[in-house]
Design a binder for this molecule. Structure first.
Ligand code: SAM
Ligand code: CA
Length: 237
């Protein structure tokens, strides 16, 4: 598998050694990737936004966490072609569910035939919308408070803190909220002037998010340097 160093930072990881990134994917990521996910990755590779897809090693970590907490009621914000959505659907039980939110239905439909063939579409309630209004509607029903086991956020970085506040009400104590791209290509540790213009705004949002959750007493936290950085938050109060 060939990829440029820039691609490896964006898609396959922040590890400074390209060889180590390849090693992890070759020994673990690709051989243990379920066939439908492999197909979805291959189909996505033909799409111009392919680098937005969740990295297979991050996917593996998310899959293990979903099983560890026996997640049954989940939310995903930011679907794209559905790599993380399909991996969630494959990791949760037959009668479990995912509310999946994305304003772009066209990209969801790229992966949909693979999701259908994998026999997990019945678990998915896809909502074509910006996520904030959907979360607000969910919160209007008190029964939804503390009812979700798991949430994965991989959408507009400017709203990460807004998502965090709402998801902390929707996810139960002991549940997980995972945020992707929290190292933003490594730029969080670089001076702003070294960062390209198109990455600056999201970098600022991610830094603000990282600072805020690092002192948030309502959660336990781990920032895993997998893919582009995964912040794992466990609600404790
Ligand atoms: N998790 C996906 C995967 O594994 O393939 C990748 C998601 S991609 C990085 C980001 C997605 O967030 C895009 O599909 C985009 O349409 C969606 N998005 C952008 N703004 C959004 C918003 N306000 N609410 C929900 N989704 C949004
Ligand atoms: Ca991502």
């Amino acid at each position: 598998m060939e990829f440029t160093r820039a691609e490896s930072f964006l898609h396959d990881g922040l590890l400074q050694s390209l060889e180590l990134t390849k090693y992890i994917l070759k020994t673990n990521g690709y051989p243990r990737e379920p066939t439908p996910l492999k197909k979805l990755r291959e189909v996505t590779a033909r799409h111009p936004g392919k680098l937005m897809s969740t990295a297979p090693d991050s996917g593996q970590l998310i899959g293990v966490l979903l099983k560890l907490i026996n997640a049954k009621k989940t939310i995903e914000i930011g679907v794209y072609t559905g790599y993380s959505l399909l991996l969630t659907a494959l990791s949760i039980p037959y009668d479990a569910m995912i509310i999946a939110i994305d304003p772009n239905k066209e990209t969801y439909e790229i992966g949909l035939p693979i999701i259908q063939k994998a026999g997990v579409e019945h678990k998915i309630n896809f909502i074509e919308s910006q996520a904030l209004p959907v979360l607000d509607i969910l919160l209007q029903n008190k029964d939804n408070e503390g009812s979700f086991d798991f949430a994965f956020v991989d959408a507009d970085k400017e709203n990460y803190l807004n998502y965090h506040e709402r998801l902390l009400k929707l996810v139960k104590v002991g549940g997980l909220i995972i945020f992707d791209n929290t190292l933003w290509g490594g730029t969080v540790a670089q001076p702003e002037e070294a960062v390209s213009e198109d990455r600056k705004e999201s970098r600022r949002s991610i830094i603000e998010f990282n600072n805020s959750v690092s002192i948030d007493q309502r959660i336990e936290i781990a920032l895993a340097p997998s893919g582009d950085g995964l912040t794992i938050c466990r609600r404790i109060r």
